[in-house]
Design a protein. Structure first.
Length: 431
């Protein structure tokens, strides 16, 4: 029977530097294949975001989350004891429930955030492209995304103001904003490094708050599409110069490199073209793109994901109610998926049970027809024989309906003895 497990390391529970060491690309095919081989799993998917690193795996037998943990520790060259202390394993329905809660934003520090949906899709695509996924995990992640859609339709979680990007912009506004009627960031120069989904959200949000936004990206072609939102665009080569005129910098890239270090900031401060005040730098990346030593420079405020998490405000009453609705939807979807998985595992047994039922019904109808014909001393008319066979089939299939349900329930409960007992209930040859 197929079993599913999840190994999760949440950013809220570990230092950011540790999460950084575990972070992985979800489409790194060689890495995924090594994890697959090391864990003994049949399928594996990596979900690595700015808030968590998670592995989902499926086995054709019992789940082996301990082997998954060792494979992760080996791959990232971290002592297994360190990963054990930081990670939490979910097995079976608990693993399904955890993923569904994650993709609905119920486990995020920005409650209800929506960025995770695209990240789950990317994780699924990466696993499929690397040929390490399969029907069960593909269905699991697809159901997670559809669960998120249900939650967004029924709650306020689909609002665009709930994301890590918006948390970063709001934090900047709180640090350097004003009460200007044109917006709290009116007259402020915000430099955005990156041109992906997070950076695009930052540009849009900062623009709405009145900021003058410059986008700096390695490829100008990707950044040019943000010019439509009113941003100026420069290449990464111009980053040192762009820093000189910035009041705030928000980084949202997928780069594994340090793009800003202390020396670059010191040079920018020395040639600063904007009037006084601290330079606020928000590093919303994992791995981090800003050298941690920047935090010690005078006149610079460096904030990373851990700081954003700590600065987050509690959920409103409306959000709390939304969370309750979301949790209820998650439970419905968990039940549906686990029954599908159990049913998939017992499909051959259900098919065999139904074949047994049909064989038994056919044999019984034939026996009765022969007995009646003997009594009448004549061949039973075809229409009567057909009606008799149909009546017996209906009766036996009706009797078999409940055992079929119990067969799926027993598989769901992990009760192989009951599965084996029920699967032979209607076998004619055993009578």
């Amino acid at each position: 029977m197929t079993s599913i497990a999840c190994l999760t390391v949440a950013g809220a529970a570990v230092p950011l530097a540790f999460l950084e060491r575990l972070s992985m690309r979800p489409d790194d095919a060689p890495l995924l294949r090594r994890l697959l081989a090391g864990s003994g799993a049949d399928q594996v998917v990596v979900l690595s975001t700015c808030e968590r690193v998670e592995l989902y795996a499926a086995w054709s037998g019992p789940a082996r989350p301990d082997d998954l943990l060792v494979a992760l520790a080996t791959e990232r060259r971290i002592a297994a004891a360190e990963v054990t202390a930081a990670a939490h394993a979910h097995v079976g329905a608990d693993a399904v429930r955890h993923l569904f809660r994650v993709v609905c934003g119920l486990e995020s520090f920005v409650l209800g955030e929506t960025d995770i949906v695209a990240q789950v899709r990317a994780a699924a695509a990466g696993a499929r492209g690397s040929a390490v996924s399969g029907c069960e995990l593909d269905r699991l992640l697809a159901t997670a995304v559809s669960t998120s859609r249900r939650v967004h339709r029924r709650t306020g979680f689909g609002e665009s103001t709930r994301s890590v990007a918006d948390a970063a912009v709001e934090t900047v506004a709180a640090r350097i904003g004003s009460a200007a009627s044109a917006g709290p960031l009116a007259g402020r120069r915000v430099l955005v490094v990156g041109a992906g989904r997070l950076a695009a959200s930052v540009v849009a949000r900062a623009g709405r708050l009145g900021a003058c936004v410059t986008v700096c990206n390695r490829s100008r072609r990707h950044a040019d599409r943000l010019a439509a939102a009113g941003a100026s665009v420069v290449t990464l080569d111009a980053l040192p110069d762009a820093l000189r005129s910035a009041d705030a910098v928000i980084l949202g890239t997928a780069s594994p490199l340090r793009l800003i270090d202390a020396a670059m900031i010191r040079a920018a401060r020395a040639g600063r073209r904007s009037a006084g005040g601290d330079l606020v730098v928000v590093d919303a990346c994992l791995p981090r793109n800003v050298e941690p030593g920047v935090r010690d420079l005078p006149g610079v405020v460096l904030l990373d994901l851990a700081d954003l998490r700590a600065d987050g405000t509690g959920p409103s009453l409306a959000l709390t109610r939304d969370a309750e609705v979301a949790a209820s939807i998650v439970e419905e979807e968990v039940h549906g998926f686990t029954r599908w998985l159990a049913g998939r595992d017992v499909v051959p047994m259900v098919r065999a049970l139904r074949d047994d039922v049909d064989a038994y019904a056919a044999a019984e109808a034939g026996r009765v027809a022969a007995d009646v014909a003997d009594e009448l001393a004549a061949r039973l008319p075809d229409e009567v024989a057909t009606a008799l066979r149909a009546a017996v089939h209906r009766s036996v299939r009706r009797l078999a309906h409940r055992p079929t349900e119990l067969l799926v329930d027993a598989a769901l409960a992990g009760d192989p003895a009951t599965v084996a007992a029920i699967s032979v209930l209607f076998r004619p040859g055993d009578r």
